[in-house]
Design a protein around this ligand. Structure first.
Ligand SMILES: [Zn+2]
Length: 475
């Protein structure tokens, strides 16, 4: 190789004579120019950057390629623009050398500023080949590089970027939740890029994000799909109504609602209404709603539970297993016999009714069923046996006076009032709730009533027949 053997260049190289080598870049002989560029490469001298960059307009492809190699070896911020420009060189080999320099070396340059500038430049020239390295750069350690890479991907507009950007948004969401810190700039850039990229063409990559194991990724994909108004996007969201995570199911249903989607009256429609917690609408989708209603029961509050029980009744549910939901269901339908039949699994439901049912007649029934299950309770009745007896007298078909007499007899037997000085005070419904002495105020008879204790120990008494509040007494 006589060119490399050129004594002039070899001598300058041996002496590390940068200025001499730079001068040689202007030689008329392309072989000398190339040799000088090659010799400058390992020296990485900043003074050589400008002259080497100028050599990228050289008429000889070999010289340009040597200049590319020398600039790539130098690295750093200042070589970014010339090397990115060389990506558009007329010669395929120069382009290939420039691609290696830009995508392999500059995108991993130790100087963050060089990496950022490279990403930005690739966006500016909309380098289709830059998509993969830019996707890698969205995970760069430096935030400004990540932002530049995201913006470049937006400018290039390639759909390969959609899934990685969704992952990026989800990762920031996860980070924000677990550490309270996330990169707002990256998040904003990624959201903006997704806004720009997510049209019909993004449905496929978004669908693949819906299958991701990370719920944050699936959620981000759902939100993006909801903004694409197309039947295919709606179909993808409808499929997500069966997601294992309730947050995703709900986000999917909301997205479909925003699209004006019409839920079918089948299992998909049932899932849709269940996700929106519209239990009656859910039941309107037929028996397919049953498992959804039953499985949702334990996850919702008492008000929603009441709606679910009504929806189950709408479907004439016949529970196959004696679970807690079944017990609540039977109780809500007044089928206390079924609760007793269910046995142990019904105890929890019955206790809930005993403590919270707004109708005291239901509490009485729950106490009855618990007693039948050999689970008697000390509250909310002091003497449940008496309450039960009084109610059965009250509910008899007989004359008022006759009933009153028998109820007074019951209280007398139990020494709950003194017939010499007191009279029984009846509730509006006819239940014997209190006693009153001549000239005195009526006093409730706790043994005959239901009670609730507030946290500061004050008891409130209720008529177990009609729910009337009887009195507040310090207890
Ligand atoms: Zn009453």
């Amino acid at each position: 190789m006589p060119l490399f053997g050129s004594p002039n260049i070899a001598q300058l190289e041996a002496k590390r004579d940068v200025q001499g080598l730079i001068k040689a870049l202007a030689s008329k002989d392309p072989a000398i120019r190339r040799a000088a560029a090659n010799a400058l490469a390992p020296l990485k001298d900043p003074d050589a950057v400008g002259p080497l960059a100028a050599l990228l307009d050289d008429g000889t492809a070999d010289v340009r390629r040597a200049a590319v190699a020398a600039l790539a070896a130098r690295g750093g911020f200042r070589v970014v623009e010339p090397l990115v420009r060389a990506l558009g060189d007329g010669d395929a080999e120069v382009r290939a050398a420039a691609a290696t320099a830009v995508y392999r070396h500059l995108m991993t340059d130790p100087d963050a500023e060089a990496r950022r500038a490279t990403a930005a430049a690739l966006g500016r020239i909309r380098a289709a080949d830059g998509v993969e390295p830019l996707i890698k750069a969205t995970r760069d350690a430096d935030e400004t590089v990540r932002v530049a890479a995201v913006k470049a991907l937006q400018a290039i507009g390639d759909m390969r970027a959609v899934l990685p950007l969704v992952l990026l948004v989800a990762r920031e969401a996860t980070r924000s939740r677990s550490t309270g810190q996330s990169s707002v700039a990256v998040e904003r850039a990624a959201s903006g890029a997704l806004d720009a990229l997510c049209d019909d063409r993004a449905i496929e990559p978004l669908k693949s994000a819906l299958a991701h194991e990370d719920a944050d990724v699936r959620e981000a994909a759902v939100r993006r799909l909801a903004r694409i108004d197309s039947p295919e996007a709606a179909a993808a969201l409808a499929a997500s109504l069966a997601d294992g995570d309730p947050v995703i199911r709900r986000a999917s249903a909301r997205g479909l609602a925003e699209m004006g989607w019409q839920p079918p009256a089948d299992v998909t429609g049932a899932r849709y209404w269940a996700a929106l917690r519209e239990w009656r609408r859910c039941a309107e989708c037929g028996p397919a709603a049953l498992p959804l209603l039953v499985s949702s029961f334990d996850a919702v509050d008492a008000l929603q539970q009441a709606d679910i029980l009504a929806a189950l009744a709408q479907l004439d549910w016949e529970p196959e297993e004696a679970g807690s939901t079944a017990a609540h269901y039977w109780a809500s339908r007044g089928r206390w016999d079924k609760c007793v039949e269910a046995g142990r699994p019904a105890v929890g439901a019955l206790d809930t009714i005993l403590r919270r049912a707004p109708r005291w007649r239901d509490r009485v029934e729950a106490a009855n069923a618990l007693a039948a299950l050999d689970e008697p309770r000390g509250a909310p009745f002091y003497r449940f046996d008496l309450v039960r007896r009084a109610l059965s007298v009250l509910d008899e078909e007989s004359e008022d006076a006759d009933r009153r007499g028998r109820l007074e007899g019951l209280l007398l037997d139990e020494h709950l009032f003194d017939p010499e000085s007191e009279a029984v005070e009846f509730c509006r419904c006819g239940y014997p709730a209190g006693r009153v002495s001549q000239g005195g105020a009526p006093q409730p008879i706790p043994e005959m009533l239901g009670f609730e204790h507030s946290s500061d120990g004050v008891a409130t008494y209720y008529c177990p027949s009609c729910d009337a509040r009887q009195a507040n007494l310090s207890g």
